[in-house]
Design a protein around this ligand. Structure first.
Ligand SMILES: [Zn+2]
Length: 140
């Protein structure tokens, strides 16, 4: 249950104005509505807010995952076009800072690189080795 004062909450199609449950559990109810009704209306309103928040969080997680997948495919495309990403201090895909020389040189961390390899081999089933990928411009 959310504490604090609501400007209004809905109850059976009517609005209860200026009500709330305080941190100590006491009711803020200056309009003297029925206490049980106020508590129930606030409980339901809190539930609706929590539902909306968790739906928003799920949407955000999906967006983040989709954006990351987009990055993986962008990198796969560049690698296959022999463009590469170039040196980066942070992973081009996830933004984590890169520490080892190999990752810095290719601009992608080792975890994300695995996903890039998968994306590449999905597009070009036969012929990809790390060697080919790192020798920029190598003939196919
Ligand atoms: Zn990464």
């Amino acid at each position: 249950m959310m504490t604090g004062i609501w400007r209004w909450v809905q109850h059976d199609g009517a609005r209860l104005y200026n009500v709330g449950v305080m941190r100590d559990g006491s009711l803020h109810n200056p309009n003297h509505y029925d206490e049980a009704i106020v508590r129930e209306a606030i409980r339901q309103a809190s539930e609706r807010v929590h539902e909306r928040r968790s739906e928003a969080a799920k949407r955000a997680a999906t967006t983040k995952r989709q954006r990351r997948e987009g990055r993986v495919y962008e990198v796969a495309r560049r690698i296959m076009a022999h463009e590469g990403i170039g040196r980066q201090r942070h992973c081009f895909i996830c933004g984590k800072s890169l520490t080892d020389a190999e990752s810095i040189a290719r601009g992608i961390g080792s975890d994300c690189w695995q996903d890039v390899l998968v994306a590449i081999s999905a597009r070009r089933p036969n012929a990809i080795t790390t060697n080919q990928l790192t020798n920029k411009g190598a003939s196919e």
